[in-house]
Design a protein around this ligand. Sequence first.
Ligand code: FES
Length: 121
Amino acid sequence: MAWKKVCAVSAIQENALLKVNVDGISLVVANYGSGFRAFPPICPHMEEPLDESGILADCVLTCTKHLWAWDLRTDKMLGETEKPLRFYDVKVDRGDLYALIDHEIIYDFDGGEEESDDFFS
Ligand code: FES
């Protein structure tokens, strides 16, 4: 395991998402105001790119495709959300954000039920 520099803290505005590539691994970094989170760049529901379809407000990340949402302070799933967001550990050191990356986090899209209701798309 190794801490990898992701970006300068100043590169991520509050309530913003930033997609980055660290040693060939894509991740999205979120500044939720009182902290940071780093997670895979796709929604665990149906692989929607969260840097494009994610909205961050009041510490809650919402995927606008079908409105799954997660509280980034507590990791809790909100509303009708059925899968947790998975995170890389992060830390801030001297103005830079680091993520603990020993392998790429990949969601299992084969094991779950496929949703046929595409009402919100
Ligand atoms: S793809 Fe993100 S909520 Fe469905």
